[in-house]
Design a protein around this ligand. Structure first.
Ligand code: UDP
Ligand code: MN
Length: 282
């Protein structure tokens, strides 16, 4: 029995959309509602350079926990098609591999996600998908990630800043010359760029915005402090998400699990940054 009430966390934003936590929805009821329209779901993941090693775990655990019983296409952007593992997928689920160039800097990959997402939606995905998610590949699913995540634009609270953090301490881009600039005193939340979803056209508007604005910065020799995540946070400040997902939807193996996180749905793996990234470091 679900009581569908939490008193220890905020379950609604100040623009009155749901903030989703375990214990605030009935998973059976919400899946049944969305199953009626049988939406086509796309998930974009990038596996460039050594990150192809993360595909197997991501896909295998995704099959166990991510929108099971829904139609899902994993769009895998990679520079090494041969490294895409053969995974047994459930009925109605498939993998589409899309070639992208290799990178010399990891920053090229993370910015490049917005570019390739924009181009590929225009070329192909628009005709194939109703809901589109973007996710980091260096993670595993551990628990249900279901239809409660669906909305026009759903963003995930960054685990590092959701609790007891005043907005002046959010790591927004503070350089007024950058297109990602957010003045001190503004901001709702700090969102992660590692999990994101929504209606195809809403995600398209978002990725295109991030792509164009980071290109504009690059022409001025500026790179925002947290790359595409900085532009994403700027976009979401002025285009509010229609649903906010708690950090259950992206935790990290580096971070201790506090009492208000009742389940971890996805967790980022620990990784050796120096070894896995083409130009090392953070
Ligand atoms: N990525 C990739 N190759 C790289 C660097 C990044 O494929 O050389 C992709 C991959 O999907 C990864 C995402 O970009 O999950 C974000 O980078 P990363 O996970 O390293 O950033 P972090 O989560 O550590 O900030
Ligand atoms: Mn990551």
């Amino acid at each position: 029995m679900y009581f569908l009430r939490r008193t220890d966390v905020n379950c609604v934003t100040n623009w009155n959309v749901p903030l989703v936590w375990e214990g605030t929805f009935d998973p059976i009821v919400i899946d049944a509602i969305y199953k009626k329209t049988n939406p086509r779901v796309g998930v974009m993941i990038f596996a460039v350079g050594k990150y192809t090693r993360f595909l197997k775990g991501f896909l295998e655990t995704g099959e166990k926990h991510f929108l099971t019983d829904f139609r899902v296409t994993y769009y895998i952007f990679t520079d090494n098609e041969k490294e895409v593992p053969a995974i047994a997928l459930d009925e109605g689920r498939k993998i589409t591999v899309l070639p992208v160039p290799s990178a010399r800097r990891w920053q090229e990959v993370v910015f490049g996600r917005m570019k390739w997402a924009t181009i590929t939606i225009d070329k192909q995905i628009r005709n194939e998908t109703d809901y589109l998610f973007l996710m980091d590949v260096d993670s595993l699913f551990h628990h249900r990630f279901g239809a409660e995540s669906f909305s026009r634009l759903s963003a995930v609270l960054h685990r590092g800043y959701y609790k007891n953090t005043e907005r002046v301490h959010f790591p927004y881009e503070r350089n007024p010359e950058s297109r990602a600039y957010i003045p001190v005193g503004e901001g709702d939340y700090y969102y992660t760029a590692a999990v994101l979803g929504g209606y195809l056209e809403d995600i398209y508007n978002l990725v295109r915005y991030c792509y164009e604005h980071s290109e504009e910065d690059a022409r001025n020799n500026i790179e925002a402090v947290w790359q595409e995540e900085s532009h994403l946070n700027k976009y979401l400040l002025y285009n509010k998400p229609t649903k906010v997902l708690s950090p259950e939807y992206l935790w990290s193996d580096y971070t201790k699990i506090p009492a208000d996180i009742k389940v971890v749905r996805i967790s980022q793996l620990k990784k050796n940054y120096a070894e896995v990234r083409p130009n090392g470091g953070h």
